[in-house]
Design a protein around this ligand. Structure first.
Ligand code: MG
Length: 457
């Protein structure tokens, strides 16, 4: 919808959506021990889906691969294959050394998607607030149902039965807790077919069994940082002060970790209602030159693209505003049919609306020589994890490769392996850097300046 602020108006136009929402709106910031969140994680999902459809594979070690070759990576070992030590990301050849009888099966994404949709429908029959996290995981917020369902473990068993009723070979691990992080942790504690409820009464007992790296989101690097300041176990981590955790994680992330382990919610709606914006004031030279103003729009879109890539989100809404020296201005808010991450795509939607407006009002150009500032804001952000299941065909391989690479980096050090694009597409990166702002730049150890939004963790 286009809002027209006449060029002739004397009123100062305000752009509330340009002020970034701080923190995680939508999540409860305080501690809420009465909240009830359920996390569902399907066990060995792709492999079990194959065993569901092909009974002759049941009870046998299966390795799901994306293409048929001894060099292919097993992206999902069956429960039976895992018992032989087969792990996600291993090459088929390597798997055969551990488990000579492994049966390789190529993927059938449409079938997995079908099952995903059916499982989500089962969850929605119990609660409206279902958030898919990936093709085989979902979180369900039962907080407002806590008077409806007295015992959520009963509901969890019913959900398992409903799934088994439709797909008799599929099992899932379910975690229940006052926040989504601990609920997810619950699914990790018992596999396959687990059901664990973490409560203020039993949390310390569960944490006492775990190592730091057993916590989702704590890899070797974070483990190292925690140990450096004397936190050696998840239990010690839970009972550390927010200040100490801030020290370990270098800022607000430490507060999030304190919250996660003490029943605060920071993950459930982490990407909703959030805004990111980029804005620039125009110099005299720039305003004289329409092309400079148009490249500024590209630069703003690129900056937002970089942040979206870095944070793993897409946007479903984009706004643009331009302000003139006489305090008039023009803005537009565009709802996008499909979530977008690409800068040039964002820019083309904005350009389209600008062109429409110029035509309808017979205005020569929105990018006028009176321009004082302009900005782009994106809102309605969705996590790429949520998108994963709808873009499954194209993204599956890339996602798996990225995950495998991070695992290798964790194990052998991050400079040993690099993504192909880091080596082969330096021009693409340079282009983006050219448009980025100075704020987004970091000087690396080797003196090279790179845009931090293009670097990996
Ligand atoms: Mg799973």
């Amino acid at each position: 919808m286009t809002n027209f602020y006449p060029f002739f108006s004397k009123n100062l136009v305000r752009y509330p959506y340009l002020y970034p929402a701080m923190g995680y709106s939508g999540n409860t910031t305080g501690i809420n021990k009465d909240a009830l969140v359920m996390y569902i994680d399907m066990n060995s999902f792709f492999a079990s889906c194959e065993q569901q459809r092909h009974p002759e594979l049941r009870g046998r070690p299966v390795g799901v691969i994306t293409y048929d070759s001894p060099n292919a990576c097993v992206i999902a070992p069956s429960i039976e294959a895992k018992k032989f030590g087969v792990k996600t990301g291993m090459r088929l050849g390597e798997c055969k050394l551990l488990c000579p009888q492994i049966i390789p099966v190529t993927t059938h994404p449409a079938w997995y998607r079908q099952i995903h949709v059916d499982v989500m429908a089962i969850l929605k029959s119990y609660c409206d607030d279902v958030i898919p996290k990936s093709i085989d995981e979902a979180v369900v917020n039962f907080t407002s149902y806590r008077w409806v369902y007295k015992d959520l473990t009963v509901i969890a068993r019913q959900i398992k039965a409903d799934i088994a009723n439709k797909y008799d070979y599929l099992t899932c691990s379910i975690g229940i807790a006052p926040n989504s992080f601990l609920a997810k942790l619950g699914t990790e504690l018992q596999k396959p077919d687990g059901l664990i409820q973490i409560t203020p009464e039993n949390i310390d007992m569960y944490l006492a069994r775990l190592q730091l790296t057993d916590l989702p989101g704590i890899a070797t690097r974070n483990e190292h940082r925690l140990k450096m300041i004397g936190i050696r176990t998840p239990l010690e981590m839970r009972h550390s002060s927010p200040a100490l955790l801030r020290k370990a994680f270098g800022g607000i992330v430490g507060n999030y970790w304190h919250s996660r382990l003490n029943f605060g919610e920071v993950d459930l709606y982490s990407n909703e209602n959030r805004t990111m914006s980029a804005m620039r004031t125009v110099s005299r030279q720039q305003r004289e030159n329409r092309q400079a103003l148009e490249s500024m729009l590209i630069s703003l879109c690129t900056r937002l693209e970089q942040r979206m890539v870095k944070q793993g989100v897409f946007c479903k809404e984009v706004s643009f505003f331009i302000k003139y020296k006489d305090n008039t201005g023009w803005d537009v808010k565009i709802k996008l049919a499909d979530p977008v991450q690409d800068a040039m795509e964002l820019r083309s939607y904005i350009q389209e609306r600008i062109a429409d407006f110029e035509k309808s009002r017979s205005i020569e150009t929105v990018f006028s020589s009176k321009t004082q500032s302009m900005g782009v804001a994106i809102q309605n952000l969705v996590s790429d994890k949520v998108l994963q299941y709808s873009l499954f065909d194209n993204r599956l391989k890339k996602d798996v490769v990225r995950k495998v690479m991070y695992n290798i980096k964790d194990k052998y050090g991050k400079n040993l392996v690099r993504k192909g694009s880091e080596l082969f597409e330096p021009d693409v990166m340079k282009d983006a850097i050219g448009f980025g702002s100075v704020k987004d730049m970091v000087v690396q150890d080797d003196g090279e300046v790179r845009n931090k939004y293009l670097l990996e963790e």
